[in-house]
Design a protein around this ligand. Structure first.
Ligand code: SAH
Length: 210
C-alpha cells in the first residue's frame, strides 16, 4: 500500500501542481485504506472519490489536499469538520492542527469513523453524530471550519457564529452539481470576506429539517 500512497501523492503534485509539503507528507503517512470497508479497498488509492457505504463517498485525494491547504493550518488550531464520513479528512487535519471536532449526520458512519480513528491512535479527533447546520457549539469558537458535503448557495449562519475572528471556513457551494470551492475569512471586525476557487463535486449536505 505504501507504493500506492506514494503514487497518490505524486499525482497530486504532478497532475494538479499542488505543493504544500506539510499536507502531502501527512497524506503519505496515513493509511487511507484503513478508512474504508474491505470491499471498497481496491479503489482507495485511485484518483477519485471512493464509496464508503450508505450512499456516501470519501473525497478524492486531490480534494482532501486542496481543502486542507486552503485552511493554512500551523498546528495550533481547533478545527471543526462537517461531514466526518470515513474519518480520513479528520485524520489528515489532526496531524496539522491541535484538535479536530467532527460532526456526521449518519450514525453508522459516525460510529465507524470513531472506531477507526481510535484504533489507529488519532487521539485529538472527537466525533459526534449530529447535523452540521448546528455546528458543535460546546467547543466553539473554532480557528478553522471545513465543510466536506456540498452546500447549496449559503453556509449555515450558525457556522460563521462558531468561527473565531481571524478564522477561516472552507466549503463547496453552489445550487447545481458543480460546487465552487469557497474560502471565507472572518476578519478582526467580524466581517466575512469571500474568495472563490475551482469547481469540485461532492455528495450533498443534508438538511436535518427535510
Ligand atoms: N470528510 C469525509 C467525506 C465525507 S462525504 C471523509 O474524509 O471521508 C460527506 C459526508 O457528509 C457524508 O458522510 C454525509 O453523510 C455527511 N453529511 C451530509 N449532510 C450532513 C449534515 N447536515 N451534517 C453532518 N454531516 C453531513
Amino acid at each position: 500500500m505504501k507504493d500506492e500512497r506514494e503514487q497518490m501523492v505524486y499525482t497530486i503534485k504532478s497532475k494538479y501542481g499542488l505543493g504544500s509539503s506539510d499536507v502531502l507528507s501527512v497524506m503519505l503517512q496515513i493509511p487511507r485504506e484503513k478508512f474504508v470497508p474491505k470491499r471498497y479497498r481496491d479503489m482507495v488509492y485511485h484518483d477519485g472519490p471512493v464509496s464508503i457505504g450508505y450512499g456516501q463517498t470519501m473525497s478524492q485525494p486531490y480534494t482532501v489536499a486542496y481543502m486542507t491547504d486552503l485552511l493554512e493550518l500551523t498546528g495550533k488550531e481547533k478545527v471543526l469538520e462537517i461531514g466526518t464520513g470515513s474519518g480520513y479528512q479528520a485524520a489528515v487535519l489532526s496531524r496539522l492542527a491541535k484538535g479536530v471536532y467532527t460532526v456526521e449526520i449518519i450514525r453508522q458512519l459516525a460510529d465507524g469513523a470513531k472506531k477507526t480513528l481510535k484504533k489507529l491512535g488519532f487521539r485529538n479527533v472527537y466525533v459526534r453524530k449530529g447535523s452540521g447546520e448546528y455546528g458543535w457549539r460546546k467547543n466553539a469558537p473554532y480557528d478553522a471550519i471545513i465543510v466536506t458535503a456540498g452546500l447549496g448557495d449559503k453556509v449555515p449562519e450558525e457556522l460563521f457564529d462558531q468561527l473565531k475572528k481571524g478564522g477561516v471556513l472552507v466549503a463547496p457551494l453552489g445550487r447545481g452539481h458543480d460546487k465552487t470551492m469557497t474560502r471565507f475569512e472572518k476578519n478582526k471586525n467580524g466581517e466575512i470576506i469571500r474568495e472563490k476557487f475551482g469547481i469540485f463535486h461532492f455528495v450533498p449536505f443534508v438538511e436535518e429539517k427535510d
